[in-house]
Write a protein that binds this ligand. Sequence first.
Ligand code: PLP
Length: 550
Amino acid sequence: MSLETAEAVARLGSALATPLKRGVNERNAMQHRQQSLGDTPPDEFRKQLHELVDWIADFRERIDQLRVAPNDKPGAIREQFPGRGPEEGELFERILSDVDNIIVPGMVHWSHPMFLGYFGWTSTAPGILGEILTAPLNVNAMTWRTCPAATELETVVIDWLRQWVGLSDECDGVIYDTASVGIMHALAVAREEAAPTTRKFGLTDRSLPRLRIYTSDQAHSSVEKAAIALGLGEENVIRIPSDDQFRFDANSLGQSITKDRQNGLQPMAVVATVGTTSTGSVDPVRDIGNFCREAKIWLHIDAAYGGGFAMVPEYEWVRKGWELADSIVINPHKTVFVPLDFSVLYVRDLERLRRVFSLVPEYLRGDTVEAEKNYMDYGIQLGRRFRALKAWVIWRSLGREGIVARLREQIRLANLFASWIKSDERFELAAPVSMGVICFRFVGPVAGIVDAGPGSPTPATTGAGSPTPAAADNIDKLNSEIVEQINASGRAYLTQTKLRGQTVMRIGLGNVLTTEDHLHKAWKIIQETADALSAKSQIPTSKSQTSSNQ
Ligand code: PLP
């Protein structure tokens, strides 16, 4: 850790710790605690809560003074904790002090305004309030009877979101933790429709054809994870090449399905994506959906990222074809400002999901009220936390207009960043900007590359217009190093991905704390880091130089 950063961390550590009154007579407090077996006495709890509330407010107010990410070696945090759990109880002050000194410096701060990785992040003050409110209630929303308010509020927020994103009222949903869990449940229903009675008899010893799932080469790996969990096998997920805009190619889909049918395989489902993980691209869902309808194949839409943007009137086009979906997953924890975790799976005729997963053990029979929704019936999970509460708090606090205004700002900032990329010849956009996602690449000039001066469209070339393999490899490494060096510096955080075999840098906007100033600062850091690393880099320009360097 550099001196400068160590000082910053220490400053913030003590800043966050200021509300703590260290003069508490620890021994007395511990003795008192050990004498009573119940919970913390109310007065003490109230005092701790006040400390915690101040801590949270300080953390949120001063988060931009923290490093975005640590640069420690794996295990550095673990070694600061005892190997065995505590024998005796400890005071909250001590625990909070370890949060300041060990946990906070050991974190990647996803809520930091300079965190630009993945899909940005959705921390907001009202979201934090929603999480805090959920903690003391701590109910299990498995059936209506075990918590009517949790069950009914879940139905309410699911329906609010459905209306906001313009999904038909034939669709109803269920809240899970993540989109990965959502797709697994959706494909379980698709499997039941393709191979009836699988719920009862399983897949083995039934002479079933191999069931196939089709998706694009840009789709999320949760498709394969679902196939693994459902006993379908990851090899039966067919990745169809995407087009030049990273969208599912509907023609290739048709060809692949026809070929599989000729070979005796059974198409089970197609997964289209609205907001792919790397570039945010949007598949031609209507074309795919029409094809699925005709071919009687389940269509699942993974709108984990892009679904929230359907709330923005200018982005209504992203919901084209949703009317053809059998199931669709949206992650409000990505784009609708609900704190992680919160994902909604909508199914056209939700009863289809219930038929696959409803199973009431005797000991719960008294807890189920048949006419009411018992959310345990809609998935493998029995115990369920009260996730709807935090969504209700944040959505009431921002309102639809507040959400849309913030999403619009993300789109504006993403396009602004893209304009900076376009105005600097050393960089290029690696994919069309989509929603809050920008993929870009540093391309030169790079030391050792003769034909990559300003304005050179394809740097590191042999003169024939395409990079030598060694030069292309080095540019990949350089882009990767830029990201790694920036992340290690703690000043900003971005991610990298591969597009058409090339390493590219990637920014995902989503944090309400990220302003144009922050983004501009990040852009300067990227430019400086690229300059410094490219000056050091020795990139061979031709095959002859490559071999002479070896
Ligand atoms: N789908 C897409 C398009 C994603 O980008 C991601 C994760 O980033 C997922 C699904 C998986 O999301 P989750 O973490 O909620 O399972």
